[in-house]
Design a protein around this ligand. Structure first.
Ligand code: CAA
Length: 283
């Protein structure tokens, strides 16, 4: 039975996971490397809750209750009695392995370990622990409070008991979980990323303006964002990183990053977060 949830990383994804978990009434312990990162993460969550209060979706007491469900720490040692720990730090295999190896020594034997990675093999992360049967992927989507999907990823050794507990947990935080294999990009990214790369390739080839490519897919297919806006939203660096992992795994040109994407990332155009991507967000 999952009652106490640990979240490692209070960035965009970890903050969103912390928020929805606390809103669902779980007790959450959220961690980041410094007090400064933690304060920023909590500020972002508070801002989201304030908006919900403004819209009348939450009252002031409800907001305080959600914030009261969140405790924070800079020490992984405090995760010892969590029932599940969800890791949501940046997509760096070495950093994630280090965190899981340390948590494996700290946490009680029953604690389930989940990674929110969008592109790294879950089995490779599980291999640094002695609890491979209690290890799986829980991949949320951005913005976490809005997107309904969670991919629940079973690696070779994940037990049915662990899978079912994590699947029920995803439902309990208000999401629609789907079962995915530990294959590159799981279900969504293996379909989404090549589409985004194709849109960038077409833009680079001069098919149409960026606005018309985006309008085409929004108005013609009912997508909430066009592909170039969505790439800005996800982050050009993240998109490139995932594309490179896919190309390395599949050795198929369909997954190869277009030169323009790499040039833009190298020039610091990372999308919305850096103020400039395919569009200018500086104002
Ligand atoms: N956090 C929390 N809530 C947010 C939010 C955020 N960052 N951004 C928007 N919202 C909420 C708004 O408050 C609003 O809520 P209400 O309906 O309660 O008023 C609702 O979402 C709609 O927002 P807006 O009216 O401001 O704007 P919108 O209608 O354009 O929607 C959007 C914004 C939800 C982001 C929408 O454009 C969308 O769905 N875009 C596609 C997002 C997407 O594809 N995400 C997946 C990315 S891929 C990924 O995450 C996987 C990976 O590994 C790379």
């Amino acid at each position: 039975m999952i009652k106490k949830v640990g979240v490692v990383g209070l960035g965009q994804m970890g903050g969103g996971i912390t928020q929805v978990t606390a809103q669902a009434g779980f007790s959450v312990l959220a961690n980041d490397a410094t007090e400064e990162f933690i304060a920023k993460g909590i500020r972002n969550i508070t801002k989201q809750l304030d908006k919900a209060v403004e819209k009348g979706k939450l009252d002031a007491a409800g907001k305080e209750k959600v914030l009261g469900n969140i405790k924070t720490t800079t020490e992984l040692a405090d995760f010892k009695d969590c029932d599940i720990v969800i890791e949501a730090v940046t997509e760096n295999m070495a950093a994630k392995k280090e965190i899981f190896a340390e948590l494996d020594k700290i946490c009680k034997p029953e604690t389930i370990f989940a990674s929110n990675t969008s592109s790294l093999p879950i089995g490779d992360l599980a291999a640094v622990t002695k609890r491979r049967d209690k290890f799986l992927g829980l991949h949320f989507f951005n913005p976490v409070p809005v997107m309904k999907l969670v991919e629940v990823v079973k690696q070779l050794d994940t037990s049915d008991e662990t899978f079912n507990a994590a699947f029920s947990f995803a439902q309990a935080v208000g999401k629609n979980p789907v079962k995915a294999k530990d294959s590159p990009g799981f279900i969504v990214n293996v379909l989404l990323i090549p589409y985004l790369l194709d849109a960038i390739r077409q833009y680079e080839n001069g098919l149409a303006s960026r606005e018309d490519i985006d309008s085409g897919m929004m108005l013609g297919c009912g997508h909430p964002m066009g592909p170039l806006t969505l790439t800005d939203f996800i982050g050009l660096d993240t998109t490139l990183y995932i594309a490179d992992i896919f190309f390395e795994e599949f050795k198929d040109g369909h997954y190869a990053a277009p030169p323009l994407l790499r040039r833009m990332v190298n020039a610091g155009y990372l999308g919305k977060k850096s103020g400039r991507g395919f569009y200018d967000y500086s104002k």
